[in-house]
Design a protein around this ligand. Structure first.
Ligand SMILES: CC(C)(COP(=O)(O)OP(=O)(O)OC[C@H]1O[C@@H](n2cnc3c(N)ncnc32)[C@H](O)[C@@H]1OP(=O)(O)O)[C@@H](O)C(=O)NCCC(=O)NCCS
Length: 169
């Protein structure tokens, strides 16, 4: 398997996240055919309404770049917002692996590095339509968790889909 590494990104790497977000939104847009999100603007770009700047201004937020074989291959945004509404230390806000590197273990390796370095209660929300990511996160959670993984099926104001909750000691 190709070597996978992660790096906490400083604000000088903001443009890389902006660029990767275009690919990320494009992937998600296939789930948004029945609502207004995911339309291209006339300049051919997606509008990104995620508050990227807060990842460099708020202490509980971490922006991470993922490399595969030394090449930029994805990103993760980690924060403490719990879609379950339950007490939580860490949450995966966004997570992306570029298509060239998918199904090669890159995402799993990066996710396990990230989660393994943060002891506490995790809360990972995956949208109902994103079936591939549900399988991915179930697999990651079962490897990363110190105990049982709780799988919640939510359809409320905070989330529509799967929420995986587990502890890392
Ligand atoms: C979901 C995502 C991060 C997975 O990254 P990846 O590097 O391809 O994942 P891995 O290769 O480490 O997969 C590990 C295991 O997860 C499962 N898995 C991953 N992607 C899957 C998919 N699309 N369908 C079914 N199972 C999948 C498989 O069990 C896989 O092992 P296998 O390939 O030996 O069968 C990637 O597809 C992605 O970036 N998707 C678009 C953005 C997204 O949905 N992000 C998640 C937001 S919650």
């Amino acid at each position: 398997m190709v070597e996978v590494s992660i790096e906490k990104a400083g604000p000088e790497r903001r443009a890389a996240f902006e660029n990767l977000f275009q690919l990320y939104i494009h992937d998600f847009s296939e789930f948004w055919t029945d609502h207004s999100d995911g339309e291209l603007a006339d300049d051919g770009r997606f509008t990104n309404d995620i508050c990227l700047d807060t990842y460099w201004t708020e202490a509980d937020r971490t922006p991470i770049l993922i490399r595969a074989g030394g090449h930029l291959a994805g990103f993760a945004l980690i924060n403490g917002f719990a879609h379950s509404g339950l007490p939580t230390d860490f949450s995966v806000a966004e997570f992306f692996v570029a298509r060239k590197h998918r199904r090669c273990g890159v995402g799993q390796a990066a996710a396990l590095f990230i989660i393994g370095a943060r002891t506490g209660q995790w809360d990972i929300a995956v949208s109902r339509r994103n079936l591939g990511a549900q399988l991915f996160w179930r697999r990651v959670a079962s490897s990363a968790a110190s105990g049982e993984v709780e799988a919640l099926d939510r359809d409320d104001d905070l989330w529509n889909g799967l929420i995986l909750r587990f502890k890392v000691d």
